[in-house]
Design a protein around this ligand. Sequence first.
Ligand SMILES: C[S@@+](CC[C@H](N)C(=O)[O-])C[C@H]1O[C@@H](n2cnc3c(N)ncnc32)[C@H](O)[C@@H]1O
Length: 244
Amino acid sequence: MNKPEKISLADWNILLNKYPNDLEEILKKIESGYPIQYIIGNVDFFNSIIDIDERALIPRFETELLVQKTIDYINKIWQQKKINIIDLGTGSGCIAISLKKALNCNMTALDISNNSLELAKNNALKNNVKINFINRDMIIPFNKNFDVIVSNPPYIPDDGYVDASVLKYEPNLALFAKDNGLFFYKQIIKVHLSKLNKPGLMAFEIGDNQKELLEKFLNENYCLKYTFKKDFNNRYRYLFIFNE
Ligand SMILES: C[S@@+](CC[C@H](N)C(=O)[O-])C[C@H]1O[C@@H](n2cnc3c(N)ncnc32)[C@H](O)[C@@H]1O
C-alpha cells in the first residue's frame, strides 16, 4: 500500500507498525478527517511525549513556543529560585508537564473537564513529574498566591472559523470563548491579578488578531507592563504580563 501524501514518513512508519492488519481502515478514517494524532495516540511536545485522545485538545506546535518563551522569562526573572506556577485549562497537561521538567517549581494544573484531567494525570505519571491537578473553573479565585500563571485558554470567537475536523473531533470545551474570544483572558486578569506575586508573570497563548483588542483592554483598565510576542509565522500569538 502506498503512503498518502499528507502523512509524514515518521507517522506512516508508526501506523505500519501499530496497525499492520487494519491499515486500510485506519487510512479511511484519516481521509475522513479523523486526527492522525488520536490514532497514533501520542505527540512529541517540547521535552515530553504526551499521550493524546479525544478527551483533550491535541497539543499544537505553537504552544511549544509559549512554553519556551515562558521558560526564558522565568529564568530571567527568578534565575534558579523555586517558584509556584499554575497552568489554567491544562487539557492533556502538555504545558504543565514540560514546564515542570524544565524548571525548579511547584506546579499546579487545573481544568474544568474531568476527562482531560484524567489524561493529564496519566501523562504526568508517564513523564515522572509531580503536579497538583485540580478540577475547577479557571475563573474562580484561588486561595493562594502564584508567581506564574500560564494559560492557553479557549480563544476562538463563537462565530470564528474552525477547521471541520477540529470541530467534529476535538473537545468543543477547549475551543470557544465569548466576547470575541477574549472572555478567559479578561477574566483571568481581573480575577487572579491580586493573587499574583511581585515579581509575577502571566503568560498566554492568544488567537490571531486578538493583540489590538487585548492591548485596548489592558491600557483602559490596568497600569501593567506587558509585551506581545510573535510565532514562527510572524503573527502575534503570545501575551506576557509582568507584575512588578
Ligand atoms: C485550548 S485548550 C488548551 C489545552 C492545553 N493547555 C494545550 O495547550 O494543549 C483549553 C482548555 O481549557 C479547558 N477549559 C475550558 N473552559 C474552562 C474553564 N472555565 N475552566 C477551566 N478549564 C477550562 C478545556 O477543557 C481545555 O482543556
